[in-house]
Ligand binder design. Structure first.
Ligand code: ADP
Ligand code: ADP
Length: 228
């Protein structure tokens, strides 16, 4: 589903963030990218939706070389969740969630129906939370809206950059569990960046362990932990 072939990213200041990276993520697989700060995880992820362009190498999504894709169109097919979810402050929770289906040209009523369904799936009550504005929610609730919004248009691929990093540990565990259930239902292919090895192990079907600009190990959690 996602394929990197000899991908290198060098920033204009000479920093090599990612060095000759090759890997594949299968359809429906959840791969966690883990490693210390500055080792190239976010750069890897942002190249998948062309927020960052590789210096060399080839990236394909669902068999299509993305260097030829329209970035805006590409991003509608690839959900994206970051640590501080940027919800539109002047839109309600329901409107925020319906944004991408709406952009994709879904009818307003269908987009809203879908948004309500997704809010429910992430544990929010559309009748209660749907008409609120982001500032009226707790951090954990905002993060849920971010996940619902990213999934509202049924993207085949979801990119998540420290999605549970900004909430307290109890809420985090709760969100992680809900996310696992949700994903089991949707079958979305997921790349998830974290610096937390426990989170990587808990969520990942496979784990990409980063060293400086490289993946040093790419394996199932048990193998990464060194248990047979
Ligand atoms: P991680 O997500 O693992 O923390 P990043 O992909 O953000 O790592 O960064 C990898 C390396 O690239 C780091 O050394 C970082 O300082 C550098 N880097 C990231 N973005 C830029 C940029 N826009 N310009 C120059 N260097 C950058
Ligand atoms: P959580 O345990 O998810 O972090 P909080 O303890 O922050 O939730 O919030 C508890 C309840 O209070 C939630 O139902 C939330 O919708 C509501 N709430 C939190 N902040 C506000 C606010 N500024 N305005 C209205 N309701 C709020």
């Amino acid at each position: 589903m996602i394929r990197f072939e000899h991908v290198t990213k060098r920033y204009p200041d000479g920093t090599t963030a990612v060095d000759d990276l090759s890997f594949e993520v299968a359809r429906g697989e959840l791969v966690t990218l883990v490693g210390p700060s500055g080792c190239g995880k976010t750069t890897t992820m942002k190249m998948v939706n062309r927020l960052i362009e590789p210096t060399s190498g080839r990236i394909s999504v669902d068999g299509e070389d993305i260097s030829g894709a329209d970035p805006v169109e590409l991003r509608r097919r690839i959900g994206y969740v970051i640590q501080q979810v940027g919800l539109f402050p002047h839109k309600t929770v329901l409107e925020n969630t319906a944004t991408v289906p709406h952009l994709l040209g879904w009818k307003r009523s269908r987009a809203r129906e879908r948004a309500a369904e997704l809010l429910e799936l992430v544990g929010l009550d559309p009748a209660v939370h749907g008409s609120r504005y982001p500032e009226q929610l707790s951090g954990g609730q905002r993060q849920r809206v971010g996940v619902a919004r990213a999934l509202a248009a049924d993207p085949p691929v979801l990119l998540m950059d420290e999605p549970f990093g900004a909430v307290d540990p109890v809420v985090r565990e709760h969100l992680q569990n809900e996310f696992l259930r949700l994903r089991a239902r949707l079958g979305t292919t997921v790349l998830l960046v974290t610096h937390d090895i426990e989170e990587a192990v808990r969520l990942g079907d496979r784990i990409a362990v980063y060293g400086q600009g490289r993946i040093e190990q790419f394996d199932a959690p048990a193998a990464v932990l060194g248990t047979p």
